[in-house]
Ligand binder design. Structure first.
Ligand SMILES: [Zn+2]
Length: 494
């Protein structure tokens, strides 16, 4: 690890002290580069922070909880007293004591001196954050599915063929919006290869409707605490005065885990949930500091490699093309032909599209003649199949559509949900309107983002600017649900 970190620290300190001179609007501007936040999984964090691994008794990066040996492995049951927080001063004291002690054993978990202590702008405790993707999705969410599916003698066991069949029947009926990227997985299929995004969609949107009536009520109520807290901490912005409320949900989830399940389930990932709210206080919503963009970038780099020869050159050429395209599209100096060509590199059916201020419209337009409340009678409209706005696809409802993705449910700025029936462009003003049917809903107990649909209102027109984002429709036969999607997270961490 030192071989990577030492030169990194030297370079970053230079970039902070000397900065980089860059010319902007005829002026030389000196840009300083600071290293503030590091988001990695638990294994990498232990090495970078020089703390014992997650099987060690003092492995927590943010507090001094003492682990306990439970059936041969270290777990983190709720302690009698609240453990002290790690601080910068305490961290320095520990590594000084470690150095004085001839480096024989760790001091409260600190087992070395990380090169990062010399990184000027960086803090060794809260410079690191718990990673939502590895901790909550690949960790807790995946573990809970295994818990319910594998423990035959427990009251929460739902892994028998009959229940798996019921769950999979419900999952097959779900047609998520394209923004969710992945289709729902089936329980009967491979259990350990699920992608973080598949697990996330299950956690936030599918698990509660799908398990309703299958998982015992008390167990589902406990699970909802995690679902609710995660959705709240992933909002576009999380007001500071509401974070404590979210923190209480996580504390309740962790404490009740020990009561409902067993001490053996109090893993380090479960313990880390107690630090997520503080991480949001310090660094903003969870989407702003997760491993998602880094893991996605690895996927992008892998995909551009087409042959075994000259891999660095293949990767560099592809990145150069991508960044040149982005610069040309955003510079404002290029004509519309150049911008259209740049778009055509990634958008396939650009020839049938119309780029306007409110988005890019797709499909051959046809005149719209119906009279609907909200439309101006003295204006004329064309109707369109699909519009893409800020990378989000909206499509009008098509009866009998059997495609696996459905982009026809939306959330409005006022918090209502609606079914998108048509997309119109006003010929006189080029303004976009949508024909919608507002959904009558009532809340699901314990969750703010998920609603049960109780009815549907007649068609009405409104401005497209009143639509906030696509939504997810979940039909489990006994009930129909609609859920809100955390917009920034799903758009930024594609
Ligand atoms: Zn801790």
């Amino acid at each position: 690890m030192d071989a990577f970190l030492t030169p990194f620290v030297e370079k970053m300190n230079l970039l902070l002290q000397d900065g980089i001179n860059t010319k902007r609007s005829g002026r030389i501007i000196n840009v300083k580069v600071l290293t503030l936040c590091c988001c990695v999984d638990t294994v990498a964090r232990a090495e970078m922070q020089c703390i014992v691994g997650h099987n060690g008794y003092n492995c927590c990066s943010w507090c001094l909880i003492q682990g306990e040996n439970v059936n041969g492995t270290v777990k983190f049951p709720i302690p009698d007293d609240i453990p002290r927080d790690r601080t910068e001063r305490h961290y320095k004291k520990c590594y000084t004591l470690y150095a004085k002690g001839n480096k024989k054993s760790n001091v409260e978990g600190i087992k070395g001196i990380s090169p990062l202590v010399n990184l000027i702008s960086f803090r060794m405790v809260w410079g690191f954050v718990p990673d939502y993707m590895h901790c909550v999705l690949q960790g807790v969410t995946k573990r809970w599915i295994r818990l319910w599916m594998n423990n035959v003698d427990k009251q929460y066991y739902i892994g028998d063929p009959k229940n798996i069949g019921r769950i999979d029947d419900r999952m097959k009926r779900i047609r998520p919006p394209t923004l969710l990227k992945r289709l729902p997985f089936l329980m009967k299929n491979s259990k350990d290869m699920r992608k973080a995004r598949e697990l996330e969609n299950w956690l936030l949107f599918y698990s509660v409707p799908v398990l309703s009536g299958i998982l015992p009520g008390e167990i589902l109520k406990h699970w909802k605490l995690l679902v609710s807290a995660m959705h709240l901490l992933l909002q576009d912005s999380v007001p500071v005065d509401t974070i404590h409320e979210d923190e209480l949900l996580l504390i309740e989830f962790v404490c009740k885990t020990q009561l409902i399940y067993v001490k053996g389930e109090m893993t380090y990932n479960v313990h880390q949930l107690l630090h997520l709210a503080e991480s949001v206080r310090k660094w903003g919503p969870l989407w702003s500091h997760t491993a998602f963009p880094f893991e996605n970038a690895i996927g992008v780099l892998k995909r551009v490699v087409k042959g075994a020869r000259g891999i660095p050159h293949q990767v560099t050429r592809s990145l150069e093309l991508k960044s040149s395209r982005e610069i040309m599209m955003s510079s404002g100096f290029c004509g519309s032909e150049v911008v259209d060509f740049c778009e055509s590199i990634t958008v396939r059916d650009v020839n049938k599209s119309y780029r306007l201020a409110e988005g890019t419209f797709f499909g051959k337009p046809s005149d719209y003649f119906d009279s609907v409340d909200g439309l101006q009678e003295n204006q004329t409209y064309t109707q369109h199949r699909k519009v893409i706005r800020n990378d989000v696809i909206y499509e009008r409802f098509v009866d009998g559509d059997t495609r696996r993705f459905d982009n026809s449910y939306v959330e409005l700025n006022n918090g209502d949900f609606a079914h998108l029936m048509n997309i119109l462009l006003c010929k006189e003003t080029s303004e976009c309107h949508v024909i919608i049917k507002i959904l009558n809903c009532h809340a699901v107990e314990g969750l703010r983002h998920l609603r049960i649909i109780t009815g549907i209102q007649p068609e009405v027109a409104c401005k497209f600017s009143m639509v906030k984002n696509v939504a997810i429709f979940i039909d489990v036969l006994s009930e129909q649900y609609v859920a809100s999607v955390p917009s920034c997270h799903y758009k930024m961490n594609l």
